[in-house]
Design a protein around this ligand. Structure first.
Ligand code: ATP
Length: 309
């Protein structure tokens, strides 16, 4: 996925070599200290709820991102090495696999290939925000999903409470394929609108879709003439995925099919989905809930305008 043409980050030396992933490896703490200049503040790429991430360079010149877990002591019931061994076997070109790890004393460290273009979130929200943060961008702006299965290493209660309010968690709050589809739908809407994923994003988008006002949904940084069928489709598929009722959501294979299929027939089939027709009654509960959600986004839009003024 070629996302943007701009470039930032720490340069791309060594990126080509990093394309052919070296075998997974157990790193010594000494090696990772040397690579990251002893986890120097200047090397820090960012910080999440459970870890701090540092840029580093190994003695062979390859660039790495070292994730230093904070909350490990709370999950001594979990065998860190075993979980990492399992996770690192999962390979896909769009998944950022664990390249190695270190398990010494109190330190639990995961080593990944360094993604020079940071994460999607740093391109969408200049003010910085969370969650699209797990879609990292390599030197060619190919998307690579990180933190796959990483929740297993985290304190359960903390993970759940931190997730509750970020807009990506499905209403049923259960880890499942349908829940992942919901989160993906929110990510699509965030990507296309440039608005932060928070509660109310779908409720803000849907009424605009009833009116077919796609130009108002799409990120204002995108030129009007560029709002083509492709972007409309992303909006519609995003909404289908992010439906409150899990059983109404498509499967991930159907999502891929809808996004990849470029035929006009498929697009009009999608547009005819009853979800995109304005409901007749406007006084029902759902409508009121929808409006409350939409207000959150409208406030954000006003804030954005004020900040620009
Ligand atoms: N492989 C990598 N290459 C380059 N930057 C990275 C890499 N991994 C993480 N980062 C940067 O470090 C930041 C922190 O990552 P981390 O995984 O600790 O938290 P997060 O995913 O942002 O949030 P959370 O873990 O709370 O969901 C990311 O937002 C990203 O900017």
């Amino acid at each position: 996925m070629q996302l943007f043409s701009s470039c930032c980050g720490r340069g791309s030396a060594g990126d080509k070599e990093a394309k052919t992933e070296p075998p997974r490896k157990i790193f010594s703490l000494k090696e990772l200290h040397a690579a990251t200049n002893s986890f120097n503040y200047d090397n820090k790429l960012g910080e999440g709820r459970f870890s701090s991430v540092y840029w580093g360079q190994l003695s062979d010149g390859s660039q790495i991102a070292v994730k230093r877990l904070k909350s490990w002591t709370n999950r001594e019931d979990i065998n860190f090495t075993l979980v990492v061994e399992i996770l690192s076997r999962i390979r896909h070109k769009n998944l950022l696999s664990v390249r190695g790890y270190c398990n010494e004393g109190q330190e639990r460290l995961l080593v990944y290939e360094y993604m020079p273009n940071l994460s999607l979130v740093s391109h969408l929200h200049v003010h910085g925000d969370v969650r699209a943060s797990n879609v990292l961008l390599d030197s060619e702006f190919e998307a690579r999903v990180t933190d796959f299965g990483y929740g297993k290493l985290m304190p359960e209660d903390e993970a759940k409470s931190n997730n509750n309010n970020n807009g990506y968690l499905s209403p049923e709050c259960v880890a499942s394929e349908a829940g992942d589809v919901y989160s993906f739908g929110i990510l699509l809407l965030e990507l296309v609108s440039g608005k932060r994923a928070k509660l109310g994003l779908t409720e803000w988008v849907l009424p605009l879709v009833y009116e077919r006002k796609f130009g108002e949904i799409v990120d204002q940084r995108v030129k009007e003439e560029d709002v083509g069928e492709g972007l409309k489709k992303v909006v519609l598929v995003g909404l289908l995925c992010a439906q409150r009722e899990a059983e109404m959501r498509p499967t991930m294979s159907q999502v891929v099919e809808m996004l990849m299929n470029e035929s006009k027939e498929k697009m009009s089939e999608l547009e005819c989905n009853p979800l995109f027709k304005k409901p007749c009654s406007s006084g029902d509960e759902n409508h009121r809930e929808d409006q409350e959600g939409a207000d959150v986004i409208t406030e954000e839009k006003d804030d954005h305008h004020q900040q620009q003024e």
